[in-house]
Design a protein around this ligand. Structure first.
Ligand code: ZN
Ligand code: ZN
Ligand code: ZN
Ligand code: ZN
Length: 301
């Protein structure tokens, strides 16, 4: 798919005020994904990878685990946990990871002998093979309900995890953790990626703690768009954190603007941003249900 848009007006207006011009990257679609591992994850939901394969393909985006431009979770395929304990809801020992925590760092250094499951599933179920302490053998593959890793939640300060004063408070965040919502909360980071390509991006890239900063900035704004005032607290994926100067490395609060996907698309150079008709309809209906104009009065979108 190729989008034709004329940006000459914006560009000449911008150069008149001394702004930076950048080429606009194309919208990514699955056909443009080159990495076969990433394609398999998108198509199958999850795949088992050896530690060495994982080290080769794993990247972090804004502090979140990803393969290519797809956000993933990781866990060990063959944990040393019995079937009985893995069948509990949640499983007692095995955890899944969402960020570059200590465990994942260790894996990069010395965990290449293990096998991992890279998953983009949102249902909270994870493929594992249980271990029998009695026979020292592996049982059949099963699906376990796993909880997120403590270090990952700490790195992201997800749902203010690190600010919880008591162990009970932290346990509560873990207990309430929903993978579906987690992916939704950070969807905008991945959806924003295709706005620029690495070659055309003016300067700067997301810092490693961008996922945490973006979540906190939007949470501090009560998940409300600062432009059209739509409340996205039940649709967190519709709310983005925009860099006013276009530099994704500039994360000073004065450079950040919390805007909904529509108002974001109206920002300079964001014309190619991902905003399909179903999302547009969802957002406009949400505005109407909140007694707001269907179209933002400032952005006309
Ligand atoms: Zn972790
Ligand atoms: Zn808005
Ligand atoms: Zn932006
Ligand atoms: Zn607006």
């Amino acid at each position: 798919m190729k989008i034709k848009a004329d940006f000459t007006g914006i560009e000449s207006a911008l150069s008149a005020i001394g702004g930076v011009t950048a080429n606009i990257g194309q919208i990514r679609n699955t056909k443009q994904i080159r990495n076969p591992i990433e394609l398999q994850i998108i198509e199958q939901g999850s795949i088992v990878l050896s530690g060495a394969e994982l080290v080769e393909h794993l990247s972090t985006t804004a502090g979140l685990l990803s393969i290519g431009e797809t956000q993933i979770t990781l866990h060990i395929f063959d944990p040393f946990e019995e079937e009985e304990s893995l069948s509990e809801k949640p499983a007692r020992k095995t955890r899944f990871h969402v960020s570059e925590c200590k465990t994942i760092e260790d894996m990069r250094d010395k965990g290449r002998g293990n096998r991992y499951v890279s998953s983009a599933r949102h249902d909270g179920l994870f493929e594992v093979r249980p271990y029998s302490n009695l026979t020292h053998t592996r049982g059949d593959k099963m699906e376990a309900f796993l909880q997120p890793c403590h270090n990952c939640l700490t790195a992201l300060n997800y749902e203010k995890y690190t600010e919880m004063k008591t162990k009970a408070g932290r346990s509560e965040v873990i207990r309430k953790f929903e993978l579906e919502k987690f992916f939704e909360d950070f969807k905008s980071i991945f959806r924003c990626l295709p706005i620029y390509t690495s070659e055309t991006f003016p300067e700067g890239d997301y810092p490693d703690d961008w996922a945490r900063r973006s979540w906190e900035t939007r949470n501090d704004s009560s998940w409300v768009c600062s432009c059209c005032e739509i409340d996205c607290s039940d649709n967190t994926g519709l709310l983005h954190t925009h860099h006013i100067d276009g530099n994704r490395g500039n994360v000073r609060l004065s450079n950040l603007e919390v805007v909904c996907v529509a108002c974001h698309k109206a920002r300079p150079f964001h014309g190619a941003m991902y905003y399909p008709p179903n999302i547009k309809m969802k957002l406009e209906n949400l505005r109407v249900s909140q007694k707001l104009p269907r179209i933002c009065s400032k952005c006309k979108i």
